[in-house]
Design a protein around this ligand. Structure first.
Ligand code: NAD
Ligand code: TYD
Length: 366
């Protein structure tokens, strides 16, 4: 049985992970620490807060006394660290918060973990700091380049990727220098329920339902490897349970698509849904299908992202060979589940977007 601190547990992947973990490890004590930035929402954890073994704490990972008291008072022996500023476009416009949370915040967690788990008389018998990171630390690939392995040299290109790379290095250093038990996972692009509609897939679904432009950066040829969020959670669980201390593991979907193909697939899926579910017209009166138009008429090629990485691809051989990892959701079923979820959770996305992000989005794209 573990006593787990999940940082960033009210965000997209963190909330999915807490749900996944609580279901599969009902005896574990789980504390979520989340600053509830624009990307974090208590709603994402609805239903869990009544469990005795679950506690939500509203706070910042950079608040050292708070993190110290949590680890001590709750006797925590495991940290699964998701908390981060996570959106590349925001990191280009306002990088400071990325350095603060992703670099300094991660360092605060490591420092406190080291004191509590290595330097204290009341240290738990065993401990683990699992760091959740991204494939973006490896930089960008050309069409024929081999996929990223754990041995690929770091070459982060955006302030977001650079801040995650810095945090990965700090985690590694705390293992090498102090002997802290750490593992790191570097994952490809996730999609699924509770993803904030600033990332490609949920943004395109929401805009299409609202009849707003679908802004595709550059010529739309950029390629990402897409993974359904539950498969990421499964991968993290395997690393926590079976991973070698000090090791890093790539987690991916083996599922590369160009952005324009993703957006076009979403458009045709919505066109079909409005035919099979005519009642959707009442809920989303501005959707093109309601006026007899195709959704892809909304696709608009816009100015490219600065420094836009062209391709990411993950070689997950180490995770599959040593941990038994393999993604279980295929892209078509995962995307269908995601679109259905977004349609059923219209209230959720309208509420989470009803903040400062909405203003930012509108000044950038309207
Ligand atoms: P997200 O932006 O949806 O959620 C981040 C969460 O962290 C939010 O709940 C936010 O409130 C919280 N947070 C931010 N700053 C904080 C602070 N200072 N203290 C405490 N909490 C804070 O992000 P996500 O997409 O769920 O990503 C989670 C992690 O997974 C990140 O570390 C990210 O780098 C990594 N990752 C994401 C993807 C992806 O496709 N989304 C892929 C690979 C890795
Ligand atoms: P995003 O979801 O922001 O993830 P990341 O930048 O971390 O990969 O973007 C995925 C891809 O989609 C990326 O190549 C940028 C592109 N994109 C658009 O073309 N339009 C958009 O409005 C957004 C948000 C992303």
């Amino acid at each position: 049985m573990r006593r787990v601190l999940v940082t960033g547990g009210a965000g997209f992947i963190g909330a999915n992970f807490v749900r996944y973990w609580s279901e599969r490890h009902p005896d574990d004590h789980v504390v979520v620490l989340d600053a509830l930035t624009y990307a974090g929402n208590r709603e994402n954890l609805a239903g869990l807060e009544s469990h005795d073994a679950f506690r939500f704490v509203h706070g910042d990972i950079g608040d050292q006394p708070l993190v110290e008291s949590l680890i001590k008072e709750d006797g925590l022996d495991t940290i699964v660290h998701f908390a981060a500023e996570s959106h590349v476009d925001r990191s280009i416009h306002e990088p400071d918060a990325f350095i603060q949370t992703n670099v300094s915040g991660t360092h605060t967690l490591l420092k406190v973990a080291r004191e509590a788990w290595l330097d204290s008389d009341s240290a738990p018998g065993d401990h683990l700091f699992h760091h959740v990171s991204t494939d973006e630390v490896y930089g960008t690939l050309g069409r024929d380049d081999p996929a990223f392995t754990e041995k690929t040299a770091y070459a982060p290109n955006s302030p977001y990727a650079a801040s995650k790379a810095a945090s990965d290095h700090l985690v590694r250093a705390y293992h090498h220098t102090y002997g802290l038990n750490v593992t790191t996972s570097n994952c490809s692009n996730n999609y699924g329920p509770y993803q904030f509609p600033e990332k490609l897939i949920p943004l395109m679904i929401v805009n299409a339902l609202n009849g707003k432009v679908l802004p595709v950066y550059g010529d739309g040829s950029n390629i990402r490897d897409w993974l359904y969020v539950e498969d990421h959670c499964r991968g993290i669980e395997l690393v926590i349970d079976k991973g070698k201390k000090g090791e890093t593991y790539n987690i991916g979907g083996d599922n590369e698509y160009a952005n324009i193909d993703i957006v076009s697939t979403i458009c045709s899926a919505l066109d079909k849904l409005f035919v099979t579910q005519p009642e959707l017209a009442k809920v989303f009166p501005d959707a093109p299908a309601v006026k007899g138009d195709r959704t892809d008429t909304l696709i608009t090629f816009v100015k490219d992202r600065l420094g836009h990485d062209w391709r990411y691809a993950i070689d997950a051989t180490r995770s599959s060979d040593t941990l038994g990892y393999s993604p279980q959701e295929d892209f078509n079923s995962g995307l269908t589940r995601t679109i259905d979820w977004m349609i059923e959770h219209e209230t959720w996305w309208r509420a989470v977007m009803d903040g400062s992000y909405r203003d930012w989005l509108e000044t950038n794209y309207d």
